[in-house]
Design a protein around this ligand. Structure first.
Ligand code: ATP
Ligand code: LTN
Length: 336
């Protein structure tokens, strides 16, 4: 039997090149060998305020970019988190399994709450919901970027704690972090990850950016001092990030790229990089546009939610029984 993978993408903005190179590109490869469940995690996105109109459209764009990048409904299951009720139900149980101390140590919470006057309770408890997402599918492997490693480790701890109290209920998953591209950095600050919710759009390349936007953003991307195109992540982190993007988009090894620009300056390199990125995104954008126009993604999401509900409701039932919850009435009967 194929191993199961699960991963989630937040519709908190339009997906970036970081999301594509760090996660979605691999989701496409992994669907061949795994039983894959991919989720547009809209409950995670509302940990920060979202307007109903933009949330709706960001969910649709996320689904169409994921399908446009090559996810195939015949090979994997794509669904929206809020369409499947088990997520919030197990989310609560995981909140009660995690400790305040554990949640306080999550660095993403520290980063996202820093400097904010008001922060939602959900932003703090969010890793418990993420653990629920994963555990509901008896997941073996969780492909994510480097930033999510700590959350997957928490998920493992919660599963083990739960199992030691209530019996062998959960499968304990493993993270799968890519060797290259696990952390694509901001184009404006090479010490920050490229993020779709960055207030400065010059910091990221959105999958919806036009050719002109891409050329401009890459031309304006910060580079390090000096003139030579060399790969040195410690001393030249900004340039190293651009070379990584070039390498992942073109499939060429870093050394070959560095050699090709010997004796040339940053300007030539950036011009070619922009071209490589435009070429990478063009087919994805074309498929995204046609999916958005014909609305066929809705059927994919409906069928995905049906399959996700089937798997997750069975796991949730197992969990509740082990805990002594919902023992008098069949939960499936109540829900219908
Ligand atoms: P936000 O900016 O709202 O925090 P995000 O883009 O960081 O969102 P998600 O959309 O939830 O986060 O990320 C989806 C996947 O993309 C995750 O597996 C995450 O690890 C990966 N990812 C996100 N940003 C990057 C990046 N800059 N480099 C590599 N992978 C990334
Ligand atoms: N927390 C993740 C998104 C996410 C996720 C998941 C990833 C939510 N649930 C389950 C993998 C598995 C993020 O912010 N990138």
């Amino acid at each position: 039997m194929k191993k199961r993978i699960f991963s989630g993408v937040q519709p908190s903005g339009i997906l970036t090149l970081g999301n594509y190179l760090g996660a979605i590109k691999r989701f496409v490869e992994l669907q061949e060998d795994y039983d894959a469940f991919y989720c547009v995690v809209d409950y995670h996105a509302i940990t920060v305020p979202q307007s109903p109109e933009s949330l709706k459209s960001q969910i649709a764009h996320a689904a169409c970019f994921m399908l446009g990048a090559g996810l195939d409904p015949a090979k994997m299951t794509l669904f929206v988190q809020s369409d499947v009720p088990a997520h919030t139900q197990l989310g609560w149980i995981m909140e009660c399994t995690a400790t305040f101390g554990e949640l306080s140590r999550m660095t993403q919470f520290k980063d996202k709450s820093q400097g904010k006057e008001s922060v939602s309770g959900g932003l703090f408890t969010y890793p418990a919901l993420m653990a629920a997402d994963i555990l509901l599918y008896d997941t073996d492997v969780v492909p994510v970027g480097e930033d999510q490693k700590q959350h997957v480790e928490l998920c493992r701890d919660l599963a083990e704690r739960f199992n030691s109290r209530f019996g062998d209920v959960f499968k304990v998953p493993e993270p799968l972090i890519p060797e290259k591209g696990a952390r694509i950095m901001s184009l404006q600050d090479p010490h920050k990850k490229m993020s779709k919710s960055d207030p400065n759009p010059a910091a990221y390349i959105s999958l919806a950016d036009s050719k002109d936007d891409i050329v401009k953003k890459i031309r304006r991307a910060v580079t390090d001092s000096g003139r030579e195109v060399a790969y040195n992540p410690e001393e030249k982190p900004a340039l190293a990030n651009l070379i990584t993007i070039y390498s992942l988009c073109s499939g060429k090894p870093v050394e070959e790229i560095v050699r090709a620009y010997e004796g040339k300056g940053y300007a030539d390199f950036k011009q070619d990089l922009a071209e490589v990125v435009v070429e990478t995104l063009a087919p994805i954008q074309a498929r995204h546009d046609s999916l958005m126009a014909d609305g066929s993604y809705v059927d994919v999401l409906r069928e995905g939610a049906r399959r996700a509900h089937e798997v997750s409701s069975a796991v949730l039932k197992r969990v509740k029984e082990a805990m002594g919850l919902s023992v008098f009435v069949d939960p499936a009967g109540v829900r219908i």
